[in-house]
Design a protein around this ligand. Structure first.
Ligand code: 3PG
Ligand code: MG
Length: 399
């Protein structure tokens, strides 16, 4: 895989180290509802503290569009971060200027400071040179530990990596190594599972994957578009009929690349989009006119499980059905558990990512049992699309 500097290759003792994390975590009424991103980033901070660095943490939160939006302050993250690293965290009310500079000056080796939301300044998202200079003034080195922001060429991601001695943090390193094992240099055969509602949001992703993987399982609402493109009846199902030709092109590209596409053979249908709606299993080509497809059926899951028998690597993005409503989470849960089992038996390397995907795996109780679950949403998708992530590219350039 491409080379980048890691935490061990950069001298941090007594130095001011700017660390970019992604503390953009789900919150409700000022309380963090899912601390995963904080917990996964904590080891980097702990390592820097133990090396006597002066640690200055930067992050964005939400999309305040360059304005100081009080509900998007990072102050409520001080306690959760302190808890995750097991030591107090100071806070500066701004990420640049006198407030930030004074707070940095007060740091002793091993201290940790959190700066206010970077996106309170519109220059952050513009990757503005003066703003990069103002951030760079606060540190002697830069550690990038927010893979989930690597699709953004912002001042605190790409900008600083180009400006200061830069290295990847432990989480960034783990993410990149896991992703490389999944699609960069995978053990073959590789199977991708792609679900989610719409083909339109995942065209680039499907186009890239069919050229790279050996098997592609398509589920979720987007499978309906593929079924429709092959002449199936889809009833009232979610289906992008105008994308039928595109779906056929993807199938053609897959055939040329010797990628086997697996669509559902049976589906769970119901008359309404509602939890516990009256439902039945039908042939995937024959959804009744007054019904909609809400999940893959048991025969489909059986087929996928059989197709996974000879696979060595699996990469998963998107649920196979309307997983947020019982019983339409059934297909996703069953396949996720099977993947978890194969992973446990060391028959499969399994990597998953993307917002809904992680929620679906957590609901199936298997999040811990995959080889790697990414903390990234949008960045994971862009990586699966085969795009260059500017934040990662900058780290590689800096090496
Ligand atoms: C995310 O939650 O996906 C990242 O924090 C990036 O946030 P953004 O989509 O607002 O850039
Ligand atoms: Mg996002």
């Amino acid at each position: 895989m491409p080379e980048f500097k890691t935490l061990d290759s950069i001298d941090v003792a007594g130095k001011r180290v700017l660390v970019r994390l992604d503390l953009n975590v789900p919150m409700k009424n000022g309380k963090v509802t899912d601390a995963t991103r904080i917990e996964r980033a904590a080891p980097t901070i702990v390592a820097l503290v133990s090396k006597s660095a002066k640690v200055i943490v930067m992050s964005h939160f939400g999309r305040p569009d360059g304005k100081r939006v009080p509900e998007m302050s990072l102050r409520p993250l001080v306690e959760p971060l302190a808890k995750a690293i097991g030591k107090p965290v100071a806070f500066a009310d701004d990420c640049i200027g006198e407030l930030a500079e004074d707070a940095v000056r007060a740091l002793k080796p091993g201290d940790v400071l959190l700066l206010e939301n970077l996106r309170f300044h519109k220059e952050e998202e513009k990757n503005d040179k003066d703003f990069i200079d103002k951030l760079a003034k606060l540190g002697d080195a830069y550690i990038y530990d927010a893979f989930s922001t690597a699709h953004r060429a912002h001042a605190s991601t790409e900008g600083l990596a180009n400006r200061l001695p830069a290295a990847a943090g432990l989480l960034m390193q783990a993410e990149l190594e896991a992703l490389d094992k999944a699609l960069g240099n995978p053990s073959r055969p590789v199977c991708a599972v792609v679900g989610g509602a719409k083909v339109s949001t995942k065209l680039d992703l499907l186009g890239n994957l069919v050229g790279k993987v050996d098997k592609l399982i398509i589920g979720g609402g987007m499978a309906n578009t593929f079924l429709f493109a092959q002449g199936a009846e889809v009833g009232k199902s979610l289906c992008e009929k105008d994308l039928a030709a595109t779906a056929r092109e993807i199938m053609d590209k897959a055939a040329k690349s010797k990628c086997q596409v697996l669509l559902p053979v049976d589906v769970v249908v119901a008359g309404e989009f509602k939890a516990n709606a009256v439902h039945k299993v039908v042939d995937a080509r024959q959804c009744p006119a007054d019904q909609m497809i809400l999940d893959v059926g048991p025969k489909s899951v059986e087929l996928y499980e059989k197709e996974l028998e000879d696979c060595r690597t699996l990469v998963w993005n998107g649920p196979l059905g309307a997983f947020e409503m019982t019983p339409f989470d059934g297909g996703t849960v069953a396949l996720a558990r099977h993947v978890a089992q194969l992973t446990g038996e060391r028959k499969l390397i399994s990597v998953a990512g993307g917002g809904d995907t992680v929620a679906a795996l957590a609901a199936a109780g298997v999040e811990e049992k995959f080889s790697y679950v990414s903390t990234a949403g949008g960045a994971f998708l862009e990586w699966m699309e085969g795009k260059t992530l500017p934040g990662v590219a900058a780290l590689i350039r800096a090496a």
